[in-house]
Structures are given as structure tokens and as C-alpha cells.
Design a protein around this ligand. Sequence first.
Ligand code: SF4
Length: 342
Amino acid sequence: MRDIFSLSVEDLAEFMMKIGQQRYRADQVYEWLYKRSATSFDDMTNLPKTLRGELSQQFNMVPMKRLTREISSDGTEKFLFELTDGNLIESVLIEHSDRKTFCISTQVGCPVKCAFCATGRSGYVRNLTVGEIVYQAVEIERCLRGLGGINIVFMGMGEPLLNLENVLKSIRILNNPQGRAIGIRRFMISTVGIPEGIRTIAEVVPGVKLSVSIHAPNDSVRNKLVPLNKKYRLNMLIKSLREYVEHTGNRISFEYVLIEGVNDSPEDARMLAEVVSGLPSYVNLIPLNPTDSEYRRPASEKIRSFHKQLEERGIEAFVRIERGGDIKAACGQLRLRHVKGG
Ligand code: SF4
């Protein structure tokens, strides 16, 4: 059975024509799905009963079941979903004073295997379908009763650029004015940096912002932390980012996980400033959220000093303390706990 949330309104129109219905029926279904929060085809009361029956035979309307919703003391919420094949994924909702951010997953597990990441350690299973990506936003919206001021960040489990076709289609669906109509500038894709994917984003969805998990100031450290760097070296990544900035005019957000004794020295800060200089960007410094890996978070003094060194070199930088620590909101940790049985 196909998953209806994987379909664009054009796909639905094609389906309607194929079964002898008029095009406007596709618009009606789309409106029920994205504006009227229908949870079954029977809810779609302006469709003929026979059409509702046909749709329910052809399409699945619930590609995943919400297993848990945990709320952290800082207001961060974490959702664990079970997919129809039994796999588990998670999404995180972060509330700021003026907006909300959804962190959405794009893969079950992740093949990139960053050294400090729980998802990376759990292995890779498969790409999510378009419907499984879109439905995370739809379901969380139901919990919130509205998506006012929402930002969608592809920053949950998985590397979005390794599932780019489905990510781009899910953006088109959520952005469609006939549906959820989330503004294109409210989307951000977070990647470790795959140059050809970055070029595609610049060409196809130039309004979408980019966050790059750089995590290291040179290839030798980055090879250890982000093994994909062995294939896409830092100079290749930076070249593709220069092209992205030229093409889109967007600033880049760099993410840098600070790890004690690995990438937190004054020399690391100097090299990092050199690597990102000249690119319209800012750096988010994220002191490592210790999981059960071998790595540790640097002392506060070290974090402050790294931050200062960047600023003294003219690099805009912020220290971001990861939120939701008490519900294990670092990527992949909630799923891991369930897979391991708690
Ligand atoms: S940090 Fe992101 S890209 Fe790296 S292994 Fe984890 S989920 Fe994958």
C-alpha cells in the first residue's frame, strides 16, 4: 500500500485522473491532509463515499505510530515514532521565546558514523520515505495544534544529503501554499558536507538555509570525527560552500562540537578561523553532550577561551548548550535507549 503523505498535489491529481476523477478532488484531499488535519479518509466528507473507499484501499494514511512524547525540564520535547516496518525514529521540538524548531529525521540510523554520535554508533538501516519525513511534521503539528512561526530543520537522525531526493520532495510538499505553506526560508538542512548535494540545494531550493557540521579545523582531526571527510576533504567542502553562498546569498551556520583534548586548543581555534574566514557565516560552538563515547566535554574555561579566540579573529560565534539533556535529546539517544530496552 502506498503512503499518501509521499504524494505531491500533482501526484494526487495524476492519480485522480487515472481513476476517472476530476483534478479538483486532488486539491480537496490535499486540503484535508494538510489544512484540516484529517486522520482517516472517512473524515473527508466532501468526497463521494466510493472515492473514499478507493483511496483507503490504495493508500496508507498513518506511516508511523507515536510511541512516546517526552518533555524536558527546559521545554524541549522529544518524540519517538515506530514506522510500519517496526523501525524507530525520533524528532525533537525546541521552543524558543519567539519561534519553534522541529528537528526532523531523514534516515533510520546513519551511515556517516561521526565518532561522538549515538545515531552513528547504532548503524544504518535505510532512508526514510518522503511520507515518513513529512508525517513527522504533520504529527507534531497535531500535538501543538498549529505550526505558527515554525522552523523545520533536517537535523535529526541521518545525513539528509544522502537522502536528498526525498528531503527535497518533502520540502516541496510542506512548502506548497495549498498545503502547510511553510515558508521556504523556514527550512534548514544540516549536513556534514557533501559537495554535490550542496550544489543541488543551491540550484533547486536556494531559499533553504544550510548548516554545516564542520567539527574540526583540519583534515586529520576531521577524518577521525567525521569519517566522510576522507572522501570529501575540507577544501572540497569549503569550495562548494563558496559556490553556495555566491548562488544563494545565504549565510552559513557552522556547527562545531567542542571535545576535550581533540579540537579545543587555541591552535584549533586559529585554524578554524582561517578555514571559515571570508565565508558569510557564524559558528555555533556546542560543548559535547557526553554520551557513552570515549570523548569528554571541555572545562568551561576552555570553552570560553575558544569562543574568545574566534571572536578576536572577527568570526561571529555562539556557545550553544544542547537542550533536552534530561530526555536524551542528542541525536539518536532516545531511539538507542528503546532499542537497548531502556
Ligand atoms: S552526527 Fe549526524 S551525520 Fe554524524 S553520525 Fe550522527 S546523525 Fe549521522
